[in-house]
Design a protein around this ligand. Structure first.
Ligand code: GTP
Length: 677
């Protein structure tokens, strides 16, 4: 099914997986076979092309998404390499938001691991069609069909093996393509660049026939034409099968499953074929939606260069001191040197240079259009999540969801020279990373950074030193708390002061009520605000909002609370906005103190995979950390334990778990909720 129009030949895909499943190795091989990199970089040698940040090479993990473009069979594939570590979940979400399709990589031995489950569900949340690649078929313990069974248990979409392995573990020699009914084998001497399709050996036939029948049955369930032919015993052509599988994949009903070993150079080219055959082009995805920035009218844009421009800035990064903004263009076109409009900031920006990024080199473009992912230089004000569009036809695309930080750490410049560089460096890091927060603590004269986890902050501190040559002393990581109340109260705030010959009066009455966990903050007005002077209403809201942010008990933001304004007292000639702002903040603080306040701490959902013999130790240890076991799932010789554990009790957990289980258990964690400790 050769694609025709330019747009239909574009694939914007992400490669997502559990840590260590082999995403980077798979991406490397893709770049090699599509001719973009001339040497295969091995992750274990610290040479991979995609993992270009020094920390990534040292740690052997992928931290930042790098977008890279390659060509395969007349199609242009833009790949975003996404991180597997849970501290960088935001990066995965950020990429999913702008992708049209995903390849999910599984380890043939470990199967469906907690993080692959999370990313699968994240992809479902954004309705992203997927194909699965069962990697590491060469490893001892590899079992393709067990991974398929695990997928069936965990996910609602039906996994559809369109290949089966020819041999497993050290006997893995290639794949059987169930659609073309051919075996594919690779030539080791060319590092797998050469491969050929051969006839299926006779001894494999019974298994191949059985698996092909199963594949046809699954496809028939989603496609009436195929069902009719299948039931009538008619021949189904490859073309018809491709079309039916494509349709069911795009509808997120079926997930084609392929297999191979990236490290041993087998299985990558058919994976690229499947990306082109089964994953959507920008034309196949629904129009992007947004609102008019002023009238708030709902708007959509179809993927076409003829429509007005709409693009989302999904990533901002510093590159040799210059700011690069990655844009997903949904509609319209951008030309080099053109003036663009940032609808989120209501600012004009100039695209001084347009670039198509490869993992470690770049190609200059004169223009880019709908469906493209490009990087732009010259957008000074644009931050992650902003919409870039045509000023005459403005649109605000739905912004991305960001997570609240859970860990903070005090940092202090080592020398006065470092102090000078620190705030600028932190500002640049914040432009890139919306999950990083920075606050200056007046009392201790320290800067406090907060983020998604210990590793996140470690990487930030490391980058300060390496990229910004700013050395800092660091304090201990601390969890970030929230404050809330347990009782409904009424309170009032009164302010009266004379400044020069002007009086500043304000009087605000509030009602504070506790809300359920996770509800956030709600503000209500009991009197009609139309009947009150708008500037006093605004000032009252500002006062409430500032007090909510700066906290009452220990300076942490307030959550799960409803603040209702019961009334403002107005004194002609004396009332002033400052008066209401200060009165509102003091009413809130006063009420909060009377409302039985308490601190909430971040609680994480921890998932531990452990061999059965260490179950007792692992559970005992979770209990000792004030954790609550939610679920235990046996998976053969191993078990998965899911538990809610306060983050504070998890410092040093990875070292403790390793020593308690001789390094055989692994864990991942994710923010679950703010709750009572
Ligand atoms: N035996 C075997 N090992 C593999 C295969 N593919 C990758 N590996 C190894 O598995 C390890 C992890 O591979 P990566 O490609 O770094 O995995 P990743 O998923 O990108 O990991 P992060 O970037 O840290 O999330 C490396 O040591 C690879 O050499 C494979 O097909 N077979």
């Amino acid at each position: 099914m050769p694609p025709t129009s330019k747009l239909s030949r574009i694939r914007n895909i992400g490669i997502i997986a559990h840590i260590d499943a082999g995403k980077t190795t798979v991406s490397e091989r893709i770049l090699y076979y599509t001719g973009k990199s001339y040497k295969i970089g091995e992750v274990h040698d610290g040479e991979a092309v995609m993992d270009w940040m020094p920390q990534e090479q040292e740690r052997g993990i992928t931290i930042t998404s790098a977008v890279t473009t390659c060509n395969w069979k007349n199609s242009e594939i833009h790949i975003i390499d996404t991180p597997g570590h849970v501290d960088f979940t935001i990066e995965v979400e950020r990429s999913l938001r702008v992708l049209d399709g995903a390849v999910i990589v599984f380890d043939a031995v470990a199967g469906v691991e907690p993080q692959s489950e999370t990313v699968w569900h994240q992809a479902d949340k954004y309705g992203v069609p997927k194909i699965a690649f069962v990697n590491k078929m060469d490893r001892v313990g590899a079992d393709f069909f067990r991974v398929i069974e695990m997928m069936k248990e965990r996910f609602s979409a039906v996994p559809l093996p369109i290949q089966i392995p020819w041999g497993q573990e050290e006997k893995f020699q290639g794949i059987v393509d169930l659609i073309s009914e051919k075996c594919v084998i690779w030539d080791d001497s060319s590092k797998g660049a050469h491969y050929e399709a051969i006839d299926i050996p006779g001894d494999l036939m019974p298994e191949v026939e059985l698996q092909r029948e199963r594949m046809l049955e699954s496809v028939a369930e989603f496609d009436d034409d195929i069902a009719e032919k299948y039931l009538g015993g008619e021949e189904i052509s490859q073309k018809e099968l491709h079309a039916a599988i494509r349709k069911a994949t795009l509808a997120v009903r079926l997930v084609p499953v392929l297999c191979g070993t990236a490290l041993k150079n087998k299985g990558i080219q058919p994976l690229l074929d499947a990306v082109v055959d089964f994953l959507p082009s920008p034309e196949d995805v629904p129009p992007v939606s947004g609102i008019h920035p002023v009238t708030k009218e709902e708007l959509t844009r179809i993927s076409s260069t003829k429509e007005p421009l709409a693009a989302l800035a999904f990533k901002v990064m510093q590159d040799e001191g210059r700011k690069l903004t990655y844009l997903r263009i949904y509609s319209g076109q951008i030309k080099t040197g053109e003036e663009l409009y940032n609808a989120s900031k209501n600012r004009k920006e100039k695209a001084s240079r347009l670039l198509k990024m490869h993992a470690n080199k770049r190609e200059r473009l004169e223009q880019a259009g709908a469906g493209d992912i490009v990087s732009v230089m010259g957008l000074k004000e644009t931050a992650t999540g902003d919409t870039i569009c045509d000023e005459a036809h403005p649109i605000l695309l739905e912004s991305m969801e960001f997570y609240e930080p859970v860990i903070s750490q005090a940092i202090e410049a080592k020398t006065p020279a470092d102090q000078e560089k620190l705030s600028l460096a932190l500002q640049k890091l914040m432009d890139e990373d919306p999950t990083l927060r920075v606050k200056y603590d007046d009392e201790t004269a320290q800067t406090v950074i907060s983020g998604m986890g210990e590793l996140h902050l470690d990487v930030i501190i490391d980058r300060l030193s390496r990229e910004f040559h700013t050395q800092v002393n660091v304090g201990k990581p601390r969890v970030v708390y929230r404050e809330t109340i347990r009782k409904k109260v009424e309170s009032e705030g009164h302010f009266e002061r004379e400044l020069g010959d002007k009086k500043h009066f304000g009087h605000v009455r509030l009602i504070l009520e506790p809300l359920e966990r996770g509800a956030g903050v709600e503000t209500d007005w009991i009197p009609e605000t139309d009947a009150l002077p708008a500037e006093y209403v605004r000032a009252t809201e500002e006062g409430i909002s500032e007090a909510v942010q700066s906290g009452v008990i220990a300076g942490y933001p307030l959550v799960d609370i409803r603040v209702s304004v019961a009334g403002l007292t107005i004194k002609e000639g004396e009332s002033s906005p400052i008066g209401y702002k200060i009165a509102a903040a003091s009413a809130l603080r006063d009420g909060f103190n009377k409302a039985d306040p308490l601190l909430l701490e971040p609680v994480m959902m921890v998932s531990v995979i452990t061999p059965a013999e260490f179950m007792g130790e692992v559970i005992g240890d979770i209990n000792a950390r004030r954790g609550e076991v939610q679920e235990i799932t046996p998976k053969g010789a191993i078990s998965e334990i899911r538990a809610r554990v306060p983050l504070k009790a998890l410092f040093g957990y990875s070292t403790d778990l390793r020593s308690a289980t001789q390094g055989r258990a692994v864990f991942t964690m994710q923010f679950f909720a703010y709750d009572q400790g």
